[in-house]
Design a binder for this molecule. Structure first.
Ligand code: CS2
Ligand code: MG
Length: 402
């Protein structure tokens, strides 16, 4: 079996996606998600100009060797662009392998370890009342796990507050919108939010919250401590995670479970966090952490230290990445939870898929390979539109994490 063709499909059915398609000499094709929100075309060039020429003629069944060939062969290692490109190739090769053997990818990963995959939805609102109604909506849809984000009084627009029902897309065409941020207002407000949420919905639902890299370790420690009475499933990205040892300070002060990793690209970004048990969930996902092959290695290290997986699954991860993540989630032993931000209707039409959602759980389906495809004709009707994620500045204008 040989790879005879490869192309990168860029489309924008509601938001930008970059999809790698590899084709073999017997006509089998495999797909990989190479979307890097706000920097999409960098990965397109990395694939088209540097990777695709290396793949033509290679045996697609040599998945591990191709991963090592692209990782070590580049000389320059790690980073979001490189690892998104390698991740897309890896996803496509697992897709081809499953199709060639006539089995769903999860059967190649050791088979199912569970019946279905627990997912969490995203409830948000401009104020607490609106947020409570959004949580209610997800409870009616049967979700057991719900992320709760809310506007902060006195701040115009903040991370995680969607526009409209069920759908949240932070990237906007044109230049990056600038937001203003106040940690003090945020830290004073969030405990009140969860006090109301728990009072309204009781002890049973699993609630999550994303601090989105915006605190210092001691601020995160204060927030984690103040949220302990509300028993969060996890507090996500409390601090910018370049400084892995910074989590020691948070850990000293609070038992609120911590989740981090959606911006990580290799096991080296989280090795210390895992072996010092500074986190409870690792958020790396297939598209940005080197594909299924590397994500399995991260999960194996995490298993040794009782850290569970919690793959990132925002709208900027395409249905191809979600499908691949669900195959991984179904099989990996130390599974925690899967994020599922619903895609737009147009996106679901461009990417027909086998995965299903039922009562807050998902399943990748049993089609050979990943169980997802791309309608290239329909994709062509949604041309790329450069878009950026928002920026954050403190009230005094100092640049901050969004
Ligand atoms: C967020 C994302 O899903 C999450 O937990 O952190 O919405 C993130 O902001 C986007 O994926 C960035 O592209
Ligand atoms: Mg997040």
């Amino acid at each position: 079996m040989k790879i005879v063709d490869g192309r990168v499909v860029v489309c924008s059915p509601g938001r930008n996606f970059v999809t790698l398609k590899l084709v073999t000499d017997n006509g089998t094709h495999g797909l990989g998600d190479a979307t890097l929100n706000g920097r999409e075309l960098a990965v397109v060039s990395y694939l088209e100009d540097h990777v695709l020429p290396l793949l033509i003629g290679r045996d697609p069944r040599r998945i591990e060797d191709t991963w090592q060939y692209l990782y070590k062969g580049a000389y320059w290692r790690r980073g979001p662009v490189t690892m998104a490109a390698i991740g897309a190739v890896d996803m496509a090769l697992w897709d081809i392998q499953g199709k060639a053997l006539g089995v769903p990818v999860y059967q190649l990963l050791g088979g199912p370890s569970r019946d279905r995959v627990l997912v969490y939805g995203h409830a948000s609102g401009r104020d607490i009342d609106e947020t409570l109604r959004a949580v209610e909506r997800y409870r009616e849809l049967g979700y057991q796990a719900i992320r709760v984000q809310c506007g902060i009084p006195g701040l115009e627009g903040t991370y995680g507050v969607g526009r409209g029902d069920l759908y949240y897309e932070p990237a906007e065409p044109g230049l990056p919108p600038e937001r203003r941020w106040s940690t003090e207002r945020y830290l004073d407000f969030v405990p009140e939010l969860f006090d109301r949420v728990r009072a309204e919905f009781g002890p049973e639902p699993l609630f999550l919250h994303d601090a989105h890299h915006r605190l210092t370790p001691i601020e995160a420690a204060r927030l984690g401590k103040s949220l302990e009475p509300y028993r969060l499933f996890w507090l996500e990205d409390p601090v910018p995670a370049e400084l892995q040892e910074g989590f020691r300070l948070i850990r000293q002060h609070t038992t609120t479970p911590l989740a981090v990793g959606e911006v990580f690209n290799t096991v080296y970004d989280c090795q210390q966090l895992i072996h010092e048990q500074l986190i409870d969930y690792i958020r790396t996902t297939v598209a940005h952490a080197g594909g299924i092959s590397h994500l399995r290695k991260i999960a194996s290290l995490a298993e040794l230290y009782q850290v569970r997986t919690g793959c990132h699954g925002a709208t900027d991860l395409s249905p191809v990445c979600l499908a691949a993540a669900l195959h991984f989630d179904l099989s990996v032993h130390n599974f925690g939870i899967q994020e599922y931000m619903r895609h737009s209707k147009e996106t679901d039409l461009v990417f027909p898929h086998e995965y299903t959602l039922e009562g807050g759980t998902m399943h990748p389906g049993d089609a050979p390979g990943l169980g997802v495809d791309i309608d290239e004709e329909l994709a062509a009707q949604y041309p790329y539109q450069r878009a950026y994620l928002p920026l954050n500045r403190k009230l005094d204008g100092t640049m901050h994490s969004w």
